[in-house]
Structures are given as C-alpha cells and as structure tokens.
Design a binder for this molecule. Sequence first.
Ligand code: TXA
Ligand code: MG
Length: 398
Amino acid sequence: MSFNTKIDTIPTSQLSIDDTNIYSPKYNWKDGSLPESVKEAGELLKADQVVAMPTETVYGLAGNAFSSAAVEKIFKAKGRPNDNPLIIHISDLGMLKQILPEDTALPKIYEQVIKKHWPGPLTILLPKGKNVPDCVTAGHPTVAVRFPEHPIARAMIHEAGVPLAAPSANTSGKPSPTLADHVLQDLKGLIPLIIDSGSCDVGIESTVLDGLRQPACILRPGGVTLEQLRQVELLENCQVYKKGKFVESEGENLEECPTTPGMKYKHYSPSGQITLIQPGSSLSTEENFEITITNLLNDLSSPTSSSSSTDTSIAVILTSALTSSIAAKLNSLSKPPMILSLYDPNNDQSVSQLLFKAFRDCDSAGIKHILMEGLEESGLNTGIMNRMIKASSIILKY
Ligand code: TXA
Ligand code: MG
C-alpha cells in the first residue's frame, strides 16, 4: 500500500501535562483543544495504521501494540528483521497493567527507578502478558516498555487509547531519525502521517535496562546513565552488558574495541567509512589529536578532488572543546575537509542531539571517509560512544 505521507507540525510547547495522578494525567492544550492531526493520528492508530511520533530520544514508528496487524506494518515499513523485538510505549502508569501478565505486579526492582526516571528515556524489560502478541517481542517471554516524556508522544498514545509499539522510525540499518525530515527520507509513501515536533532533545535512543536478571544490567546505554541508575535503590550493582558478558563499567570495554577494519558489529552507520579517534589515556593531549588527525587527512586526501577548493570526499566530525582550534587548523589546509561541529559550549547535550544528523548529512554529501573525534566514556557520553563505535570501521587511540 502506498500513502501520500502527510507531515504536521505540533511544537511541544502546545501541550503541558499534569502528572499529579500518574495513573490518569491531565492533558492541557495551550489553545484549549486537541490539534486535528493528533486526533487523526489517534484514529489511524485505532484503525491499525502506523504513524511517526516524536519522542525525546528519537522519532518512533508507532502502531497499536496489541494488534498483530499493526505490528506487522511496522516491521514491513522499516524492513526490520522480525527477530528484533519492539519497545511498547505507554502514556500513564495505568497502561502497565494491560501489558503485564494477569495478577502480576510490577517487579520490586523497578519501583524506585520508575519513580525517578519515568516518564523519560528509560526502557525496562518486564514479563509479557497475553495481550502482547508474540510478534512484538519476537517470541521472547519478556517485553520492553517505555514511558516517554515527550508531551506530543504521550498525547498520541493517549488518543490511540492503547500502548503503542514503536521502534525508531528509520529504515532498518539507517541511523535513528532525530528530525521529521529524516523520517520522510526513509519512509515517504510507506506511512500516512508524521507528527513533527522539531529536533529530538536527547538524540540517541533510550537506555534499555534488564532488571529481571541478577545483577540488573544495561542492554543499551542511552539517555538515563549508568551513574544515575546506580544511585537508585536496588540498582546499586547495576552492570553494563557487552558482547556476551557483564562488565563493571563501560570503560573496561575500551581494551576490546576492534582496531582493524571489517571485524566489528556494524549497526547504525553511514555509507562513508568512519575512523573513530579516541583519547587512549590520561597522556592524550590536544597536540596528539591534532597530529593524528592531520596524518590521517594527508593519507586520505583525494587526488581526484583537485578541481575543487575543498576535499569533498572527507568529513571530520568534532565533538569536544577542541573544536574551534582544530577546525581553524583544518580549514587552513590546502584542501580542507567538510567539518561538522557537534560541540556547543552552551548545550551539554549537543553531541548526542546532532550525531545521527551528522551521519545522515555525510551520506547526503556523498562523503567517503569520516574522521570522528571520540569522547571519554562517562554519563551520556557512554551512550554516544556506544553508537559511535558501532558505526565505525576503524578505531584509533591518540
Ligand atoms: O528511544 C527509544 O527507545 C526509541 C524511541 C522511539 O522510543 N525506540 C527504539 O526502538 O530505539 P528500537 O526498536 O529501534 O530499539 C529497541 C531495542 C532493540 O535493540 C531491541 O533489540 C531491544 O530494544 N529490545 C526490545 N525488546 C526487547 C526484549 N524483550 N529483550 C531484549 N531487548 C529488547
Ligand atoms: Mg532502532
């Protein structure tokens, strides 16, 4: 089926939600009434169609989580392998009951973390009840559930009247969309409606926490950090799960990072080959970084680009406070690369917000080689580095 995909813009400022009663929140629209397109989204969702929905992490492709027909449409539009399970999104705590098995209470381990981090960029694994079709969980006995903070996402779920299954709204294998335009790039003609609320605040996907294992562990680092989770009662020993084992901290994995091309877990990656350049130790200096990046640029410089004043085959993605001094030096080269600066001194989330957009921009510009500045792993940077490593072919330390 082919659609004339419609986009409608609804700024987050249009809605405030009163969560005094988290089981039955109140939706206060600024001009007093529900926008037509949110109503339309609700109707489409009730009719088992799929709709792109803004969230604080990335845009999601939403469908009725209790309908196999809707869930099949999600897999089809994304071209997603059906052994990769989906996250179910709720708009109030009352909806949890419909997802869990009958007479099953929320596992105790989640009580405090939910109080602290829901609504928010945190997904938890729960036992799956009979309302949830097997296609949502790819046959697993557990189901991933998230209560997003984004008011428009919540309004859409509320209008649908059921929990919504929603993977990221990209074609499988592409970076998650952080702008409605990214969704359109991938899904134009495949879905009827995209609700646009501008750029996503977090920019990388939610943290996936498995509290059903002992010890509790993070399956995917994201907007809620390991450090934040360990401050929560019962999660003091929370671990990070990586490559088939548990580790005490994300940092331990740096030693295992693949350093040769071709032998890694590719996931979200642009068509250009990424070389990730990361600080190797406390001896890493700005000077080392500069030397490393200049040498790499010299090696890569393409003789075929001699007719243009810049090298259009190479991009450099900069992420730290070194950005302005390094960018100035790179721009003074005879053939400067395309420079993408993700660092913003006034916004400590700018790198995560802009990373996936940078990957897509490199693709649109036909970039063949990307040199990307890595970050020290802690806090939100752990999630950022996880995505960077997955997208990279070569990892170097300076
Ligand atoms: O921020 C997010 O989580 C976004 C927005 C739209 O909410 N959604 C998202 O969904 O990133 P998706 O499908 O792109 O990623 C879901 C991840 C996958 O890695 C999947 O394997 C994992 O969650 N997952 C889902 N259900 C699972 C389960 N029962 N057990 C283990 N992992 C699960
Ligand atoms: Mg995804």
